[in-house]
Design a protein around this ligand. Structure first.
Ligand code: AMP
Length: 440
C-alpha cells in the first residue's frame, strides 16, 4: 500500500496545510525521511530539486519546533537552513510559510544583494526558523546581529552547489558558531569529496536517504535535440514559441549576455520574456520570477546559476538554447520540468561547436536525445532553407550503441508516443554495471 502523509506521524495542522497544497501522497524522500527526522536523527539526503526534499526537511522541523513551545531569544534562531542562492532561500521560506500556516512559528530570510537593516530588524526579536545564504549570514553573525549559539537544528541544502559557488568555507565558519548538540541535515544531489568530508564533519550517525538517481528525472522528460547553426537559433526559438502548447518555458543560455540578447529578441518578436542572471538586482530577479510564476510572462530566459533552485510548478518546456559545458547542469536544467512526478519536455539546440557538450551529456544520462527531424517550416523559411540542419544531421557520427535510423521530430505539445511505439534503440538505457557485483 502507498504511504500516506497520515502514516508519517505528522500533526493535524501540518496535514491540513498539505491538503491545502493538494499534496495527496508523500514523495519517496518524504516517506523515508520524515519519520526519522521526527525522531531527531541526523540525515544525509542525496536528492536533487524536484524530489520534494524541501517538505521532507521543513515538515518535521516545524513539528518539532512547535512541540517544544520555546520562545526564541532576541537575535537567535532555533533552526537554521542554509541555501546556496537567494532564489532557493526565498522558495524555502515560501514553503515554510505554506506548511506552517496553522502553526504559530516565526521565520525570516537573510540574503545578500539587498539592504541588511530590515534583516537585522527582523532578527532583533529572534525567530524560530532562519533561512539564509552563507555570505550575508556570516556578515551578520560577525557583526553580532545574529547569534547562533543556541540553534538546535541545521539544514544545509544543495551542498554541492555551495561547493561550486565557493561557499564551503563560509558554511564551515557558520557551523562553527552552532552548538555541537544539535540535529543536522545535509542535502546534496551529488557527493564530491569535499561535500562528503563536510557531511562527515557535520553529521553524527546520520541516516542516509538516497532518492531519484539522475536517470529517473531524465527518464520522465521527453528530450530532443535540434542540430542547428548558432545563427539560426533565435528564429527557431521564436518559431517554436509561437506554439501555445508551450505554456511555461524556461530558456537556458550559458552567458548573461546571451540571456539578455535572447530575451530582448523575443520581446521584439512580440513574445514577452524576462532574463534572470547574476548581474540583475535581487528585486529584478524576484519580479521576473513572479511574472513567470503568475503566468504574465510565458518565457523566462536564465543562466544556470540564476536558475539554481528555481521552484516553479507547471513548467511545460525547458529549451536549452545553448548546451551547458558541464553535463550535470543539463540534468539540473531539465529537472525544472518534470517536478514531483510530472512529465515534461526538454528541447536542446546544438550548434556544431557544442557537439562535444552533447556527447558528454548523453554519456552522463545514458540516453540519446531524439533528433528533431527538421526545423519548423517557419524557421526554415526565415533561413532560406534548412540545409545547415540537414548537414548537421548527416555529419553526426553514428554511435554503435544507439542507431538513429528512425528520426522523429519532437512534438512541442509534449505529447509522447506510447512506449510500445517507441523504437527502443532511441532512448535505450545502458544498464550500469556494478563492479562490486560478481557475475551470476
Ligand atoms: P523540491 O524538491 O522540494 O524543490 O519540490 C519540488 C516540487 O514538488 C515543489 O513544487 C513542491 O511544491 C512539490 N511537492 C513537494 N512535495 C509534494 C507532494 N508530496 N506532492 C505533490 N507535490 C509536491
Amino acid at each position: 500500500m502507498t504511504t500516506q502523509f497520515t502514516d508519517l506521524g505528522l500533526i493535524e495542522p501540518l496535514l491540513r496545510a498539505l491538503a491545502a497544497e493538494n499534496y495527496t501522497t508523500p514523495t519517496p524522500i518524504q516517506a523515508q525521511a520524515i519519520p526519522l527526522l521526527l525522531q531527531g536523527r541526523d540525515l544525509l539526503g542525496i536528492a536533487q530539486t524536484g524530489t520534494g526534499k524541501t517538505a521532507a526537511f521543513t515538515l518535521p522541523m516545524l513539528q518539532r519546533l512547535a512541540a517544544e513551545k520555546i520562545q526564541a531569544a532576541p537575535k537567535t534562531a532555533r533552526a537554521l537552513i542554509l541555501a546556496p542562492t537567494r532564489e532557493l532561500a526565498v522558495q524555502i521560506a515560501d514553503s515554510i510559510r505554506a506548511y506552517g500556516a496553522h502553526l504559530n512559528l516565526r521565520h525570516t530570510v537573510i540574503l545578500g544583494g539587498v539592504g541588511q537593516s530590515p534583516q537585522v530588524k527582523a532578527m532583533a526579536r529572534g525567530v524560530d526558523i532562519l533561512v539564509a545564504t552563507p555570505g550575508r549570514l556570516l556578515d551578520l553573525v560577525n557583526q553580532k546581529h545574529v547569534n547562533l549559539t543556541g540553534t538546535g537544528v541545521l539544514v544545509l541544502d544543495e551542498a554541492d552547489r555551495m561547493l561550486d559557488m565557493g561557499f564551503i568555507r563560509d558554511v564551515r565558519r557558520i557551523v562553527a558558531h552552532l552548538p555541537r548538540k544539535r540535529q543536522s541535515l545535509l542535502f546534496s544531489a551529488t557527493m564530491p569529496a569535499d561535500v562528503a568530508k563536510l557531511a562527515q564533519d557535520m553529521l553524527i550517525e546520520p541516516v542516509r536517504v538516497e532518492v531519484t538517481p539522475q536517470a529517473t528525472t531524465v527518464e520522465k522528460v521527453s528530450q530532443s535535440v535540434y542540430f542547428i547553426e548558432a545563427a539560426g537559433k533565435q528564429s527557431l526559438l521564436t518559431s517554436l514559441l509561437r506554439d501555445e502548447a508551450l505554456t511555461k518555458v524556461i530558456v537556458f543560455t550559458r552567458t548573461k549576455h546571451r540571456a539578455n540578447r535572447v530575451a530582448e529578441q523575443l520581446s521584439k518578436s512580440g513574445l514577452p520574456a524576462d532574463a534572470i542572471h547574476g548581474n540583475k538586482s535581487q528585486s529584478a530577479r524576484q519580479n521576473a520570477l513572479e511574472r513567470f510564476k503568475s503566468g504574465s510572462a510565458r518565457v523566462l530566459v536564465a543562466t544556470d546559476i540564476a536558475a539554481r533552485g528555481i521552484d516553479v510548478d507547471g513548467i511545460s518546456h525547458v529549451i536549452n538554447f545553448e548546451l551547458p559545458n558541464e553535463p550535470e547542469s543539463y540534468v539540473h536544467r531539465i529537472g525544472r520540468t518534470a517536478r514531483a512526478g510530472a512529465g515534461g519536455v526538454a528541447i536542446a539546440f546544438c550548434d556544431p561547436t557544442e557537439r562535444p557538450y552533447l556527447k558528454s551529456i548523453e554519456k552522463l544520462i545514458r540516453v540519446q536525445l531524439t533528433v528533431a527531424g527538421a526545423p519548423p517550416r517557419e524557421a526554415a523559411a526565415e533561413h532560406g532553407d534548412s540545409r545547415p540542419i540537414r548537414q548537421a544531421l548527416q555529419e553526426r557520427p553514428a554511435t554503435g550503441n544507439a542507431p538513429r535510423g528512425n528520426r522523429e521530430a519532437p512534438r512541442p505539445d509534449g505529447a509522447r508516443q506510447a512506449d510500445s511505439d517507441r523504437a527502443p534503440s532511441r532512448r535505450r538505457r545502458r544498464p550500469r554495471r556494478n563492479p562490486m557485483q560478481k557475475a551470476a
